[in-house]
Design a protein around this ligand. Structure first.
Ligand code: SF4
Length: 373
């Protein structure tokens, strides 16, 4: 069963295509145990970037006062998959949200999207068609990169401040209004519904993932591929290379190896051979520096510094030794993983575009100048 239909499904269309959740099989406390055991047997992992086992998160958030939060915010500007999923298959996500609420014993559910999300009309229409056990409230979250981080959502739903809270306590321990909270990406919830609708073993054998593909491909957009598909296969699913590709930014890390299998990655950007990978990375780092919540040292001082180092590299400056010292200092030091991601991006760029770094330093310009194929 693919999770992304070609056209939007209303409730009747969703039930015809995907089936009806067999609630009777999951009734009561034993049923909750069976539901979480099915998620575990399916080896379902979060599709919001962390890849954490969903069954572990469900067990951790289980309580008689829990809240479940569906995260459809998509802070990464390269990602479109969650918005497309909510637009085309809102009922699969809402089935998954109800199942997650049942599994953890939640009586309250919130679906978060960025303010003004194009998916809002489809979500509103879907909610109007349903009579769910747990009422679902839609919350519009400020359109900022770190506002979609799970502790930022918890803080926003508690106090209206959409900045990350830090690594401890986790939302499952103390989340929205101090209550145990499960925050789950909307694709993860759709996958959870698929586990129940297909059965864990069939699901595991036919598991697919949504990936947003942009850059030098013929049909940029959201594709659904079998888990483990190579990067070359993902580019093929997006119509193949529209022009020669020199490297791929996969889930925030550069690679030139297109043969590697893809699991857990939500975004793929194909960099054309005629573009400068260092220049692209410098722009992304400047964006990440501007988008931080500036609460912690690594973001307030570290991200602008490495963005400036990359700008210096572009001008042929000798910033590589400084970057080698600075990048390890960013990792694991922030209250959230924002600086870790920036450090991984920068380190992978230095490795994959090493020849470009040397060309910039030797000639003050790119090995393959921008605009020359
Ligand atoms: S690491 Fe950065 S983005 Fe994360 S909480 Fe601290 S300042 Fe905010």
């Amino acid at each position: 069963m693919s999770i992304l239909p070609p056209h939007r499904l209303d409730l009747a269309g969703h039930r015809r295509r995907n089936g009806v959740v067999p609630w009777v099989a999951y009734h009561g406390d034993d049923g909750r145990d069976r539901l979480i055991a099915a998620v575990e047997a399916a080896d379902l992992r979060g599709r919001g970037g962390g890849g954490f086992p969903t069954a572990v998160k469900l067990r951790a958030a289980r309580s008689n006062r829990s809240i479940v939060v569906a995260n459809g915010c998509e802070g990464d500007p390269l990602s479109r998959k969650d918005g497309v999923l909510l637009t085309l298959s809102p009922h699969l996500v809402l089935d998954g949200l109800q199942l997650a609420a049942h599994a953890i014993g939640a009586a309250e559910a919130v679906l978060c999207v960025h303010a003004g999300s194009p998916a809002l009309p489809s979500v509103a229409a879907a909610l109007a068609e349903r009579e769910d056990r747990v009422p679902v409230r839609v919350a519009e979250v400020p359109r900022r990169y770190v506002a979609s981080e799970e502790t930022a959502l918890v803080r926003y739903l508690t106090s209206g401040d959409a900045r990350p809270l830090g690594k401890r306590p986790r939302p499952a321990e103390r989340g929205v209004r101090g209550r145990p909270t499960l925050v789950s990406n909307v694709e993860t919830l759709a996958q959870l519904a698929s586990v129940v609708l297909l059965g864990p073993h069939h699901y595991r054998a036919s598991r697919t993932e949504l990936v947003t593909v942009t850059g030098a491909v013929r049909r940029p957009g959201v594709v659904e591929v079998a888990a483990g598909t190579s990067l070359a296969g993902v580019l093929a699913a997006a119509g193949g290379e529209a022009e020669p590709v020199q490297a791929v930014l996969a889930g925030g890390t550069w690679t030139a190896d297109l043969g590697g299998g893809l699991t857990g990655i939500a975004t793929v950007y194909a960099l054309p051979a005629r573009d400068c990978g260092l220049e692209y990375t410098a722009k992304v780092l400047a964006f990440l520096a501007a988008e931080s919540a500036r609460q912690c040292g690594p973001c307030t001082f570290g991200l602008p510094s490495i963005a400036a180092d990359f700008a210096e590299l572009l001008d042929g400056g000798p910033a590589t030794a400084r970057l080698a010292r600075r990048l390890p200092l960013l990792t694991g030091r922030g209250a959230c993983a924002h600086p870790d991601g920036a450090a991984r991006l920068a380190a992978s760029a230095l490795q994959v575009f090493d020849a470009d770094v040397r060309a910039h330093q030797a000639d003050g310009r790119c090995r393959v100048p921008v605009g020359v194929a």
